[in-house]
Design a protein. Structure first.
Length: 335
């Protein structure tokens, strides 16, 4: 085991899509296969910052865990658990609510996007969402956090909280300053309907995203209908500058083929989108079809999944409780 401690989380708010897979879960699996200790969390407490139907939340937690396993995460190599079973997260989050400044949270672009125009009506939980996220990471003294580009600002806030805590309580180095891992060609997968918007669970149109539970026919259909532009595929990366849809499809292909954008442009330059779409559909199906089948299989084994989360939660508590105890002492709470 090396000294890297990896932590990341995913909201169980619906099917995982290609953005979650390429930007996060595929990275989780790669990191699991290094020597680092890896902890992956279904962040159900974050999920309820927007209203969730209780039955659906439960089912989504099972389904996203099934997707984690189908993508290759293993309970023998990673700790997999759901956040609400480990109370250290909320306890530490409260302490961090008293460390973070309102001005810091007011700058969070995700809050602004998610709260929309009716900000007064957003939940208080949505507002302090990032302090709970900092608690998720710092409760384990995690050092590395694999995420997509959209989480960068939250990671910066986590680093600010760690530094301010260490400073305010004169405990240099107590909370490590975690490093985001935002790498590769898939840190921001865009909507198939609009290359300027990120692929997201909250987008109304199902045609905007590929879900890990989509079968081959729907993958092919969604890619065939994906928005493009009237030009041919260029040979130089610079020529993609104002062509977000082309850039997105080529980026997805490059990631799945495990090759650079330059190499991908070489492969497709001068051809029309039909060729790219046909080959992209093929490569997507060969990657996602086994995952899709495995998810279906695992969904028949609910007890097994619930047990993985319970065991994972016990392990997560064992690691985070002593860190929380030490934090309590530092803050000055009586035992
Ligand atoms: P969530 O559930 O929105 O997304 C899970 C992961 O998927 C990444 N992602 C994407 N990557 C590339 N392209 C996209 N279109 C795309 N959409 C989503 C996200 O960046 C994320 O890595 N706040 C987090 C969950 C969280 C967390 C944490 C993450 C809670 N606590 C602690 C890391 C560490 C979120 O809502 O992710």
């Amino acid at each position: 085991m090396d000294s890297k401690l990896v932590f990341s989380g995913v909201q169980p708010t619906g099917n995982l899509h290609l953005g979650n897979y390429l930007g996060a879960v595929k990275r989780f699996v790669e990191l699991q296969d290094t020597n680092a200790m890896c902890i992956y969390c279904l962040v159900d407490l974050h999920a309820i910052t927007n209203w969730q139907d209780p039955k659906e939340l439960r089912q989504n937690t099972i389904e996203v865990t099934a997707a984690f396993l189908a993508c290759g995460l293993r309970q023998e190599n990673s700790i997999i658990f759901n956040q609400s079973q480990v109370s250290t997260h909320t306890e530490l989050a409260w302490i961090f609510n008293c460390v973070a400044r309102i001005g810091w949270l007011n700058r969070m672009t995700q809050f602004k996007e998610k709260a929309g125009k009716n900000r007064e009506n957003a939940s208080l939980g949505l507002y302090c969402y990032p302090t709970l996220m900092a608690a998720d990471i710092l409760a384990y003294h995690a050092t590395h956090v694999p995420v997509g580009e959209d989480q960068k600002q939250h990671l910066e806030l986590t680093r600010d909280i760690a530094m301010k805590f260490n400073n305010d309580f004169k405990t240099p180095g107590f909370f490590p300053i975690p490093e985001p891992i935002i790498e590769g060609t898939a840190t921001r997968i865009m909507s198939l309907r609009d290359g300027t918007k990120k692929m997201s669970k909250s987008e109304a149109s199902e045609m905007s995203r590929i879900n890990l539970t989509d079968d081959s026919d729907s993958i092919r259909k969604k890619i065939q209908k994906a928005k493009t532009d009237p030009f041919e595929i260029p040979s130089e990366k610079e020529e993609l500058a104002n062509r977000p849809e082309a850039e997105n499809l080529l980026g997805i292909y490059a990631t799945l083929a495990d090759q650079s954008i330059e190499k991908t442009l070489e492969q497709f330059s001068g051809s029309d989108f039909k060729k790219l779409k046909d080959e992209l559909s093929d490569i997507l199906i060969s990657e996602l079809d086994p995952i899709n089948k495995e998810i279906k299989k695992l969904l028949n084994e609910e007890t097994y999944i619930v047990e993985i989360l319970r065991k994972g939660s016990d392990k997560a508590s064992d690691i985070s409780q002593p860190i929380l105890q030490k934090t309590r002492e530092i803050v000055g709470f009586l035992k």
